[in-house]
Design a protein around this ligand. Sequence first.
Ligand code: ARG
Length: 455
Amino acid sequence: MAAQKTIVGRIDREALAFTVGKDPVLDLELAEADCLGTAAHVTMLSRARLPRRLFSTADVRRVIEVLREIIRQSREGRFRITSGDQDVHLAVERRLTERLGPLGKKVHTARSRNDQVAVDLRLYGKARLIEVMDGCTALFDALAAAARRHRLTPMVGRTHLQPAMPSTVGLWAAGHAESLLDDLELLGSAYAVNDRCPLGAAAGYGVALKIDRALTARLLGFARPHYSVTYAGNARGKCEAAVLQALSQVMLTLSRLAEDLVLFSMPEFNYFRLPADLCTGSSIMPQKNNPDILELVRARAAKVLGHAAAVGGIVKALPSGYNRDLQETKECFIEGLASACASLRMMARVVKGLRVNGEALRRGFAPAVFAADRALEMVAEGVPFRDAYDRVKAHLDALQGVRPDVAVAARFGRGGAASVDSAGLEEAGRAWRRFVRRERARFRRVACRLVGPIR
Ligand code: ARG
């Protein structure tokens, strides 16, 4: 039977391919994080009070020099992981050993691939979450700007998709913007859950060497190491699920916004015109301008929800300690983050480029939309509400001639009870933008301190 040599023993070729799965491709995403983790680990080993100094300051410098090279190659798409490597961890170790000989063979001291992949995913997740949150604030800004600009632009409010009450484009936009604030709250919680360092937990039971896990956590910019090494291992998958659940919420927001835009940009509505360069044509129908981006956001929302469910399913009732099942959560995590990031970017561009057709919006006001307003007017004149309701219902034709702008001003004009609290809305958005800016700067500082500026 054909067997292949790997760093960790000879393995049947088919078994190797099966167990490695998509790692040689997926792990390319983790190369930079793996290098940062390794840089922090050897730095910690050089400073920890061990019976014997494993790495001198010069050793650390040499290791980091090669790690910098790997990061550069990975950014240029030139770093390779072979099936013999199995994953990024052994690929980086192989490269270090090829370049540094015995020194490279020491970097795996007091760690396991289990804590290594865990820390890689935390670092990767942190960087990506910052991008997702940045994307949320950018889309939020676009929606909040539309909410202000179209504060009094009439738009029929609908329930059951049927015309219901006078509303505005501003209210519609503010509604989606506020939804993103909730999503940011959940992303912030997932960010905090992710912000713990598992490196040094080794296979999940620590090592019989006085390493300094708190120092590793500090060097990598994590809020703290895990309190227990067993949970450092067991949190794998659970943390990914938390992130994917938060991303699911983002995608719920995006998919509803996308659906609204598909609907209201249909020629039959014509409320909005989508930016022409973001629409696609047809190979047979010359007139077409299709909202493919919005449709794909709708579908990708389903996939992100699916990824969250898949990861939950994988870790549910998994026995304590590392199990290879966990490897299968990686693809869901990476794809979910990438998909949310890209969807947010595209949606922000769509919203920014949206043209609002005030005429079509006003034309959409069938007189019956003013029925509830009329009943309340009668209440003000002293008629009990139910009587007013019945009378308006019997004479819906009498509602002709009410002007949408007047109806809208009564509700959403300054001091109107339904007007958007733009100040509150926008201040909440600014707070999240400050969070993103601070965490991004922190993350960059950490990387720079560990391995120096790269290019
Ligand atoms: N590729 C593996 C994963 O993602 C790395 C950890 C392998 N550990 C092990 N004990 N086989 O889970």
